[in-house]
Design a protein around this ligand. Sequence first.
Ligand code: DGL
Length: 283
Amino acid sequence: MTVVNFSDIPAMIHKVTPESPIGIFDSGIGGLTVVKAVQAALPSERIIYFGDTARVPYGPKSQVTIRKYAFDDIAILMRYQPKMIIVACNTVSALALDVVEKACGSIPVIGVLKAGAELAVKATINNRIGVIGTQATICSNAYACAINMLNPEIQVVSQACPLFVPLAEEGLIEHPATQLIATEYLAEIRTKGIDTLVLGCTHYPILRRVIEETIGQGIRIIDSAEAVALRTKQLMTESELLNPSLKTCPPHLLVSDLPQKFSMLYQLFMGSELPDVELVDVG
Ligand code: DGL
């Protein structure tokens, strides 16, 4: 396998205006949780969303592969000359944020992981936070590092829940299989006295109800989508790049494969009909 040295890759430069779109990406449908929150906070913004549906899941893959995928994803979005990029994928935020930042040059980049860590630190009272995420995110220890950078006193308990991604992509939202797997994955973390649980993968809010029921009452669930949306609004306001249009438009969707369930999941999740979807080749 060829290992690409991303520090040699020049940033893709283009001019931005308030009318330029906001680019958002994830490995699949998970990032739509972030699209929904950004749309609610900034209804006039044009959103270009790329879901790498041909190569999902990213979580069980190696760091080398995830970094390559992140570069491909950003190269696709940069064709649309976005004014900023949201990495709606914790796995990429944990292992390849620098690749995205490098490729984006002066275009601002927000990753979901930092937003999730900040929210969790604000939410915990007993300084015990649980984090669930993909294998790659949990093994990277990126959440524990981000949380402990903000407060070294906090104890972080982590658990990889790899099967949650295919279950969400399959639309098995309240299926007994999902309940069974949630019981298995969350058994240990339930015993650790946490008062806050970070959904450290953007697919997991799709399964939120089952996760919430399984982890038990009284535990705050952290979904970073809203924090990311607020940060986006703040950033666009500060840089005078808010779109002045009074019109709202559906997101422009790009996918690398169009699985049959995509339309059903989109409707279920976004509460609206699937807009036109463009199929792109990730090479
Ligand atoms: N939704 C992504 C995340 O937040 C990736 C899941 C996957 O592709 O394994 O990590």
